[in-house]
Design a binder for this molecule. Sequence first.
Ligand code: NAP
Length: 628
Amino acid sequence: MDTERVERLLDAADLPSLLAALAHATGDPGLVPGDLWLNPDLALQPDGGWDEQQVERARDLAARGIERVVARVGGRAGPADELVASLIDWLTGADLDVGYRRMLAEELAVTGDLRVPEPIGGDGWPPIDADHPVAVIGAGMSGILAAHRLKQAGVDCVVLEKNGDVGGTWLENTYPGCRVDVFNHVYSYAGEQRPDWPEYHSSQPVLLDYFQDCARRWGIHDRLRFGTGVDAMSWDEQARRWTLQLDGGKAVTAGAVVSAVGQLNRPLIPRIEGTDDFAGEKFHSSSWRHDIDWDGLRVAVIGTGASALQFIPHLAEEAAHVTVFQRTPPWLIPRPVYHEPLAEGLLELFRLIPGYAHWFRLRLFWCTHEGTVGALRRDPAWDGPLDQAVSRRNEETRRLLTLYLRSQFGDRPDLLSKVVPDYPVGSKRVVLDNGIWASTLKRPNVELVSDGIERIEPAGVRGADGRLHTVDVIVFGTGFRASEFLMPMRVTGRSGADLHQTWAGDARAYNGVCVPGFPNLFCIYGPNTNIVVNGSIIYFAECATHYMVECLRLLASQGAAAMDCRPDAYDRYAARMDEHNSQMAWGISPVNSWYKSPSGRIAQNWPLPLVDYWRQTRLPDPADFELL
Ligand code: NAP
């Protein structure tokens, strides 16, 4: 291969993961020498914080490694577990224990999916069979994964989906500009990796296609029942089964239920006085009106969260005028590649070097894994004002992000004064930016209103300053009812207990999955399993799904029909979540966010290292359950 081409490829490469891939592909650990050990504290920096000489040496080694792979010299990628383990150690630079290393090996999946469950039970396992399968509610990211794993475990299941197709949130949210705000390689199933994402943060149609493609490849279509919403379900104490009432009036019985209904899919339209009187069109971002011709229209957008910041730039290009009503500005995280296609050199390397895409994904996973979350944890020694920051590191992040906002809005002091948040970074969801927010707000046809809404009138939105903003359309970018888990289903458990009354607005679940009094009900993406600045929710869904399958295995091994979480385990678990959440920026700051239930309790977020969730979802502890 000519030197020029190699140099071009190396320019596009992430060198640490490339060296790991080359060492794996050639079987030569000499490609990851000790003097290129990566410093975990500098993991987020390009090339892991290596100095110039180290980068040169890495390029040199990588060039030779590429030549060898291309010439097919040396070993071949294979299941060399020891080599993989040592390369994981090298790539993370961290002192990992066996469990952590195993979790990363599963994420790497370079020799195939390591999360395939062993088959459960056998003929005649009584509680779950073709007549009484596991009912999975929802065919989004979590639901299709649950169906896939159940199929692999040899357990009958049926997936009840209210929509007409697979995809969940990626099917419903079709607003312009919708894209994934986690690196796309990380936002994918470990066992179903796709190297050639067109962009670092691909758009909604690409994500939808990925999930639909996974469902096809997993061969679960015969289990999917579309257009089938679940209104209610109740536990039959005698039969020890669930009966699910479907919205068409029919019912199905199930040996167990997996709730995979998502968390951010029930629109929140705020109660603003006069909303119903508005004479024009109004809709929520998750029900985008593609039939509207925006040319010449004046539009009001309420909300400046992740969704709004994605669609407002598009509206601003098409509509005559956009008035943006902002209640609380979001912190913006600069991400220059936010809208960028994957570098061609990187795609070429993925094709050329076996396994490189997997190692590249693992490094992204590692860097964004514990990543920035440490900066959101309270430092007890921090004596600064808590309404500004919760630790020195949090304060430092605040300073850097404020500098970013100044660099973006420095020439518009009128805007700058409105867009700098006054709460600690991480108290609410941060939003990615590549400069598009500032360029949008600076457009002559865009106005940012930040002093509140008094009411909505037939002709438009009246601001708190008394001014009427006359508009033709109102778009609600106002988010979702995130704390209302499993709503609006009525869920009746043992002794007639109602799930929503039990929760009383503050949803909890042991391991994010089980609730006492509701046997054989397993939640995926349940309470306190949401992550907001690191990792990917797919990782959480994979852990919870594994746990659900292992719970069924426990039942089968014990010859039991059902399992019910013990209240003391549930209470201890919730107290642990609360204690740790109270030490996070989102639990300390009074700023409003969708992380909080109406009582102010954090019912959504996971407050611990991500690997802790993997550890605690390996196997159910029989002591935490009553077997029925
Ligand atoms: P959101 O983050 O909850 O934002 C809602 C916005 O509406 C906020 O600016 C909120 O203001 C405002 N709002 C709510 N009620 C209001 C009222 N009565 N008056 C004025 N303003 C009001 O919702 P979202 O943007 O739809 O995003 C929700 C989550 O979905 C995100 O945080 C993210 O996790 C996920 N998401 C992901 C992607 C992606 O990956 N592509 C894209 C979009 C969304 P306050 O801040 O003052 O409450």
